[in-house]
Design a protein around this ligand. Structure first.
Ligand code: GLC
Length: 446
């Protein structure tokens, strides 16, 4: 456990602002110094949501910065390499030279990007800005400008990612989940064919994972990093062709990705009147995703990821299993069951701090390896807002209070040991700092 005096709310808030100030580079906030020196997709949504109640203008600028990377297909890439970050561009692997976005005619001309996406969390963040805006006119102008871009993002997902034909979106790479090393991807990755030696040892990285920016995520135990690179290059070499994805060897329907997509459809519907658009198609999309989630991923009292290549549901339960709680229309009996599992010793009940990223009793659980056990502010925040939306105020309070204890004691780390609360991964992680600002605005009793 790191020795550091617990901070009061005022000091915690000042520290969060200073992290967000230091991580602002050019037109956007990067997730962390050193390790992640570019603009990331869902990190931006969390920074935007965190700023919503404090600074409408900056929240809008962050979102617009990400949307500069949107492709004309509607795809919002998982990384945007702004020219202001050029000096870092090739220290991060895989960088622009790997993704070759400019070879694709629909990619933006001004900024290179990756060719994958991440959970479509931007509409959710925009709705949070609209609900809490400090400047209503600024927020309305932002909604009018960004809403059509987000509609295009959703249309692209619906048109290209229903690889199972049942109404859900499939991710085609673990990085698209945002929960990169989750054991949920182990089985589909282990089923890939043996790799050419050229791909061995290609670990994605920014600066070395050492001090002062953070600690190692742990040696890759699973040997999956080379598979990550191989999978991404297969898709790239197809010219990022959606038709190719039907044969791509990795395709998984993830409950968190789809839960976020559904909640973002509801958000687009809520925002439609502000943007002068019709809410009906977004409500219909939400209903379709809700029905598909229940039909395709619900089993034995929980949502599970479905590997489309084997047809099997994942035996590992992870924090992503609770993603559909983000759906305000999830039937209340399912909400009760999910909350029961979340509060049980399988997840929160046996941990000192919310919410372990993997079920504690699972053989793959590891309290130190990222996405294989540690708790994250970002998933805690999603789940506490979901709990609020279902009127589970005590659960929301517990999640918020536990999250604030983590950052008070260990700082704005990327993730935390769920038993003793010590920090893991990068330091000065923007999403952790920004979402803390959102929690501070609630004045949670700790
Ligand atoms: C890691 C995390 C992912 C995040 C990215 C940038 O890859 O797993 O969730 O978006 O870092 O912070």
């Amino acid at each position: 456990m790191e020795a550091r005096p617990a901070l009061d709310n005022g000091a915690l808030g000042r520290e969060a602002w200073s992290v967000l100030g230091a991580n602002r580079t050019g037109s956007c906030t990067v997730p962390a110094p050193g390790l992640y020196p570019h603009q990331w997709n869902w990190d931006t949504a969390f920074v935007v949501a965190g700023l919503a109640r404090w600074d409408t203008r900056r929240a809008g600028a962050e979102l617009l910065g990400l949307m500069e990377g949107q492709w004309r297909t509607g795809m919002v890439p998982h990384i945007v390499f702004h020219p202001s970050h050029a000096s870092h561009a090739e220290t991060y692997f895989p960088g622009p030279a790997f993704w070759r976005s400019r070879d694709h005619p629909a990619s933006p001309r001004r900024v290179p990007t990756s060719g994958l996406t991440q959970p479509p969390s931007q509409a959710l963040a925009l709705w949070w800005v609209w609900r809490h805006a400090t400047d209503r006119d600024e927020a309305a102008a932002l909604v009018r400008r960004v809403h059509p871009m987000l509609v295009a993002q959703h249309d692209h997902i619906a048109a290209t990612r229903d690889l199972g034909g049942g109404g859900l979106a499939a991710i085609v790479h673990p990085w698209e989940s945002g929960m990169d090393d989750s054991p949920v991807w182990d089985a589909p990755l282990d089923a890939l064919p043996p790799l050419h030696p050229a791909y061995r040892g290609r670990e994605p990285h920014g600066e070395p994972h050492g001090e002062p920016h953070g600690e190692p995520h742990g040696e890759p135990q699973t040997g999956h990093h080379d598979r990550y690179v191989w999978l991404a290059s297969r898709y790239r070499d197809s010219g990022y062709d959606p038709a190719y994805l039907h044969d791509h060897p990795f395709a998984v329907e993830d409950p968190m990705f789809n839960g976020i997509w559904l909640a973002s459809c509801e958000a687009l519907a809520e925002l439609a009147p502000v943007a002068g658009a019709d809410p009906a198609p977004h409500r219909e999309a939400a209903e379709r995703i809700r029905a598909a989630l229940l039909e395709r991923l619900w089993f034995d009292g929980l949502f599970h990821a479905r590997d489309l290549r084997s047809g099997r549901l994942s035996p590992v339960c992870a924090v992503g299993s609770f993603g559909p709680l983000l759906d305000p229309g999830l039937p209340s009996d399912r909400v009760d069951t999910l909350v029961g599992v979340l509060e049980s010793p399988r997840f929160m009940g046996a941990a000192g701090y919310p919410v372990p990223s993997c079920e504690i009793r699972s053989p793959q659980f590891d309290r130190s390896r990222y996405w294989r056990g540690p708790s994250w502010v970002i998933t805690n925040w999603l789940l506490l807002r979901a709990a609020d939306a279902h009127g589970r105020t005590e659960l929301a309070r517990l999640l918020a209070a536990g999250t604030l204890r983590l950052v008070r004691q260990a700082g704005f780390r990327e993730c935390f040991d769920p038993f003793d609360g010590s920090g893991r991964g990068s330091r000065d992680f923007s999403a952790s700092a920004a979402l803390t600002l959102d929690l501070l605005a609630d004045n949670v009793a700790v």
